[in-house]
Design a protein around this ligand. Structure first.
Ligand code: ADP
Length: 247
């Protein structure tokens, strides 16, 4: 039965939520097919600052390397500035933000003053699969596309399908750092699920494993359309069977 979130005006702030390695980055890129707006990854933004060698990069580098979260004030400010850009007017896909209760409150306050409506997509993946997934993860340094040696390999080993760049392993994708990131997630980020529910933010629980990324994306787009978070027409060409969707 339709609820108050169904069929409303559409300018979604889709929050991709889940542990490190649950596929947020991959799904954020694929969801561009049904969510009209940029992919905003605080992890990618921080890595760009590190690459640029500026003050934010300098202050965050050690924390990323250790698998610890950077201070809320730093990421909140990055997101505040990014959401003020004109390309965020029709919607946004947030990947890796918010990650703490302070960030979540900040975000809801920030978008409460504009027309963006939050919706959470929680990608659920067993932790045993996560370490294996992240250890075999490779990323294109040019376009950011993610690959997995086992589940989603590039056509030519070590080379990006899209631009031919040599794939790299992220510095924080080593086993001890992966475990630290999972610890941070459990302590600081996972509790946000109840905060979102209490705040009335629609939350979808989606299996983040057991199907190809494109199929998982189709399911997410279909469910977002059913909930009225995105318009039916923008999801129609990617929406497939709803099997595996839990909400
Ligand atoms: P993953 O979700 O796989 O850990 P990300 O690229 O989202 O990858 O994040 C990498 C690192 O960047 C995190 O371990 C953390 O150090 C930092 N980071 C990214 N987003 C945030 C955030 N919202 N708050 C604090 N730290 C963040």
């Amino acid at each position: 039965m339709p609820d108050e979130n169904t069929k409303r005006a559409v300018a979604p702030a889709v929050i991709l939520f889940g542990s490190p390695g649950s596929g947020k980055g991959t799904q954020a890129r694929l969801l561009g097919q049904c969510v009209n707006g940029p992919h905003i990854s605080t992890g990618d933004m921080l890595r760009a600052h590190i690459e640029a060698g500026d003050e934010i990069g300098h202050d965050s580098q050690g924390l990323l390397k250790a698998g610890k979260l950077v201070p809320d004030s730093m990421v909140n400010e990055l997101v505040r500035r990014r959401l003020a850009q004109p390309d965020c007017q029709d919607g946004v896909i947030l990947d890796g933000y918010p990650r703490t209760i302070h960030q979540a409150r900040f975000l809801l306050d920030l978008i409460g003053g504009c027309h963006l409506r939050p919706a959470v997509v929680h990608l659920v993946v067993d932790y045993e699969k996560i370490v294996a997934r992240l250890s075999g993860r490779r990323q294109c340094p040019v376009c950011g596309t993610l690959y997995s040696e086992t589940t989603n390999p590039p056509k030519v080993a070590g080379i990006c399908d899209l631009d031919g760049a040599k794939l790299v392993t992220r510095e924080d994708d080593s086993e001890p750092v992966i475990r630290q990131r999972l610890t941070e997630y459990d302590a600081l980020t996972r509790p946000l699920l109840s905060f979102f529910r209490e705040s009335g933010v629609p939350t979808l629980e989606m299996e983040g494993a057991g199907a190809p990324p494109e199929e998982i994306s189709r399911r997410i787009c279909g469910e977002l359309a059913t909930r009225g978070v995105v318009v039916e027409s923008s999801a129609a060409h990617v929406a497939g069977p709803m099997a595996g969707v839990r909400s």
